[in-house]
Design a protein around this ligand. Structure first.
Ligand code: ZN
Length: 902
């Protein structure tokens, strides 16, 4: 055994310790030497994008998941944590496109598909390792032998199989739908990839032509050349008589045929209460067109320009066309009103370009198709059922409702994307030109392998939505489809699926969590995970979002280099509660670094003072019960053992219930307050060193075990130096409840009284500004015989109290000119005569009372000032109220002190 160095430098140890863990092979559950019936515990790491660099959000996720993994590994579970990365189709392609444009002034079309994809893979090889290296830096005990990538060979096989299976069941279909189209990315976007921003927009009210009976309003006049109906509310008396009629006319040079239809969704109070229906360019209007069998006229093309059939508007950008229409409406006196309103603008989440809703031929996953293998339920119904039936639980529970709401309103999922990087759709078309939207009626082949006579076929150029492959993450990483034959799971899939916890951000419940549930139900007939733990966002110490432009971001690698990984992990765990945002700053991390140093110093003190290396490690627990009955055992000894026993039970319960922050706080309080500030201080006074040697080694050993999932590096380091270098703490069994019997409550109560008296004495010394070598006297009236305090006199005298004389009596006279207080029915006196100059002290107190009274008056005045109350921010008002309460309390104490002196 080597002695601990004076100061702990995490930077010197952490990489070496991680290497030791990795080389041990224990990250892989196959090497854990477990009995065959050991339960499994599996988490899949939400795969970061290959282009990501570690940010605090990742770090927080890694800290939480690693805590769960280490806890379960130590508790004898077949514990597996699967690492991997996401190819993030559109995001990655965008990064490479931008880079290409910046560095070589080329677009992807200049290079062509094959050359461009080579560039993407080249880029990917550079970036992918960064995030994986940084993940190791966080101490994540992931099974690297099972590392996966959403676009590697095995995952390609799985994705193709899934597509073909779903197509055969009729779940995947091709159809024309309004999609969110980004004219810049030239791609469809999922509903969740569309961002919404409020903006001011012009709202025009006009008639299509003179004599048309109804005025309509719009913010998009250019789309109105594609109108085929006007929708009104069936209850609207103004328009009832027109419902069902058809009108023909000429709108700014474009012939239109308009049918008046009724729709209950139309808002009678918005604009004129009548809605021009443009089926090809609005989701809502598309639905109306389907219900009313309206003609669908496409106005805007994939580049955001007007189609050819519209005369002088053809080829104009949408914006230009809109301006021209307004000009014409004005010239013909058809424009009735022009106002500014707040309007929700939809933009692309990648490039902020305004979204153009367009009809397009796309591949969809039907969420409403009844599926035989799901007992004639749809994906949507089944995915709701497993959450309602509590097969899957959300932590915190409030997100369950959000999930169900979302699922109840779920639309079919558009899975094709018009980009090149990703899983190319396994569909081939015979003898077609390859342009979008020109494939109607052609012969289709859908298969795992390409069709025969390949040269006659052309593969669909589109790729799948990236969530299609990450939606299969829990089982594609466990060997599906190879490990699934005739409805039977084999190999890893049988051992580790369903997984136990999915830990992720609440913002991707809809994008990812819901899809994982549907895809696992479809392919395996079972849930992907039993629990969904949702973490919040990581914010700066003021509660603001971290961002580059604000410069308030924290780079985890920088703070790891400065404070060590353990300190960063602990800052991300303490104060972190499920579903809520977490605040963190340099001060918090530094505080956690101090706590880790404290643990190091505690260990050094115990090692130096009690020769604990002389003691056998393996029989410590057995020695504890007999020690409790020894005559030499003290109140403090019993107290610390009972406190530790309680702590170890509490930590286990907290972690099982996902209360990581509470567990961390409890460990911190025990280590710093109970163990270091109280017990170790007392151990300097009490003489039973042999008992304390056993007690302290027992507590230290088990405390390291409890701390390990939170701060794995420093605990492993101490473990190797103090306990054994042969067995890693990583796989040490979790603490067993030790059998400590008898007198628990009384022991704890008595020790708490002792603590209160000592704290009171220290407060009095501070209040009267006594010097550290000033002796004082203590008199306690217990009001009962043989009080336990009689055996605790040495502690009362010497624990930073500097008491020269103690009198403990059943009863006695009231003592004047002394500080007086009562604690749990005990009367406590500390005589002040001869110790302080009473007159001076009275003067000082009177002055302070006067000052405090004045300050309270000022605060009262401020808080009764209506101007202040109505205008100041709530935070400031609350602060002032807090100040007032604390000043009033201070005044009460000062008056009491003054009274004691007379
Ligand atoms: Zn875009």
């Amino acid at each position: 055994m080597s002695k601990l160095s004076k100061a702990y430098r995490p930077q010197k140890h952490e990489d070496k310790i991680y290497q030791k863990w990795e080389e041990s092979g224990y990250f892989n559950p196959d090497n854990l030497n477990l009995p065959d019936d050991a339960p499994s515990y599996t988490i899949v790491l939400p795969p970061p994008n290959i282009t990501d660099k570690l940010h605090l959000g990742h770090s927080s996720m890694l800290a939480i998941e690693d805590l769960l993994i280490r806890f379960h590994r130590m508790n004898g579970y077949r514990t597996l944590w699967i690492p991997g990365t996401d190819h993030a189709a559109i995001a990655t392609q965008n990064v490479v496109e931008k880079k290409l444009l910046r560095e070589k002034n080329l677009t992807r079309h200049d290079l062509g598909r094959e050359k461009f994809l080579e560039k993407v893979w080249e880029f990917l090889r550079e970036t992918q390792n960064t995030i994986l290296k940084q993940t190791r830096k966080m101490g994540a005990s992931l099974d690297w032998s099972r590392e996966s990538f959403t676009l590697d060979k095995q995952r390609q096989k799985a994705v193709t199989q899934m597509f073909v299976d779903m197509y055969k069941e009729g779940v995947i279909y091709r159809g024309e739908r309004i999609v969110n189209w980004c004219p810049r990315c030239h791609s469809t976007l999922a509903d969740d990839e569309v961002e919404h921003a409020e903006q001011r927009a012009k709202f025009y009210t006009f008639k299509y032509w003179k004599g048309f009976p109804i005025s309509i309003s719009t913010t998009r006049p250019e789309t109105k050349i594609g109108d085929t109906a006007v929708a009104v509310n069936p209850k609207d008396e103004r328009y009832q008589k027109y419902i069902g009629q058809e009108f023909e006319g000429n709108f700014c040079g474009v012939p239109l045929k308009i049918k008046i239809i009724a729709d209950r969704e139309v808002d009678m109070n918005l604009g004129t209460g009548a809605l021009g229906v443009t089926p090809a360019h609005s989701m809502v209007d598309w639905k109306m067109a389907e219900d009313n069998k309206l003609e669908i006229k496409k106005v805007i093309d994939e580049d955001g320009k007007i189609h050819q059939e519209f005369g002088e508007f053809s080829g104009l950008t949408a914006k230009k066309a809109g301006e021209l229409i307004i000009k014409k409406l004005k010239a013909n006196n058809l424009l009735e009103k022009e106002e500014e309103i707040d309007n929700a603008l939809s933009t692309c989440y990648r490039c902020d370009t305004a979204i153009e809703p367009l009809p397009s031929k796309q591949w969809f996953v039907s969420v409403n198709k009844k599926i035989k293998r799901l007992k004639n339920k749809s994906l949507r119904e089944k995915a709701i059922e497993v959450v309602r039936g509590k097969e899957i639980s959300f932590i915190p529970g409030r997100f369950e409702k959000q999930y169900i709401n979302w699922m109840e309103n779920l639309h079919d999922w558009c899975i094709s994307r018009q980009i090149w990087f990703g899983h190319q759709i396994p569909v081939w078309y015979k003898n077609t030109d390859n342009k979008h939207n020109k494939r109607i009626g052609e012969e289709i082949y859908v298969g795992i392998t390409p069709p025969k006579n390949k040269e006659q076929w052309t593969q669909d150029p589109d790729v799948l939505d990236t969530w299609f492959s990450s939606g299969m993450w829990t089982f594609s990483t466990l060997g599906w489809p190879d490990n699934f034959k005739n409805g039977e799971k084999t190999g890893d899939l049988a051992k580790f699926h369903p997984t136990q916890v999915l830990e992720t951000g609440y913002e991707i419940i809809t994008l990812w969590v819901s899809r994982m549930i549907m895809m696992s139900l479809f392919s395996l007939g079972e849930i992907p995970f039993e629990n969904v733990y949702l973490h919040g966002m990581v914010l700066d110490e003021k509660g603001d979002k971290m961002s580059k432009s604000k410069g308030n971001g924290i780079n985890p690698i920088e703070v790891i280099n400065e404070f060590g990984t353990d300190a960063v992990r602990l800052s991300l765990l303490i104060g972190n509660t499920p579903g809520n945002n977490l605040r963190i700053g340099g001060e918090k991390i530094a505080g956690m670094r101090n706590l880790i140093n404290k643990l190091w110093n505690i260990t050094r003190y115990i090692e130096d003072t009690f020769n604990i290396s002389d003691l056998d490690n393996n029989t410590l627990t057995e020695k504890i019960s007999p020690i409790m009955n020894k005559k030499t055992i003290t109140l403090a000894d019993k107290w610390i053992l009972l406190e530790f026993n309680e702590l170890s039970q509490q930590i286990t319960v907290d972690i099982k219930n996902y209360r990581f922050s509470d567990a961390g706080e409890n460990l911190k309080d025990f280590t710093w307050n109970k163990l270091a500030d109280w017990y170790l201080e007392i151990s300097k006074i009490e003489k039973n060193k042999n008992d304390k040697q056993v007690i302290l080694k027992y507590i230290l050993k088990n405390l390291l075990i409890l701390w390990h999932p939170f701060i794995p590096f420093v605990t492993e380091n101490i473990w190797g130096k103090i306990f054994t270098e042969n067995n890693l703490l990583l796989v040490e069994p979790w603490t067993k409840e030790s059998t400590i019997i008898g007198g628990e409550k009384a022991t704890q109560n008595n020790f708490n009284i002792l603590q209160k008296i000592i704290t009171e004495i220290r407060n009095v010394r501070a209040q009267y500004r006594m010097s550290t070598n000033q002796d004082i006297e203590l008199i306690i009236y217990t009001h009962q015989k043989n009080h336990f305090l009689e055996n605790s006199q040495e502690i009362l005298k010497n624990l930073k109290t500097k008491i020269s004389k103690i009198t403990i009596a059943e009863n006695g006279l009231k003592i004047n000119k002394a500080h007086y207080s009562t604690i749990n029915g005990l009367e406590i006196y500390i005589p002040l005569n001869n110790i302080i100059n009473l007159d001076e002290e009275k003067n000082r107190l009177s002055k302070e009372i006067q000052q405090t009274t004045n300050f309270i008056k000022t605060l009262d005045k401020k808080l009764s000032n209506e101007n202040f109350i109505n205008n100041a921010p709530k935070g400031i008002i609350d602060k002032e109220k807090e100040k007032l309460a604390s000043q009033k309390n201070k005044l009460k104490n000062l008056n009491k002190y003054l009274e004691d002196l007379t």
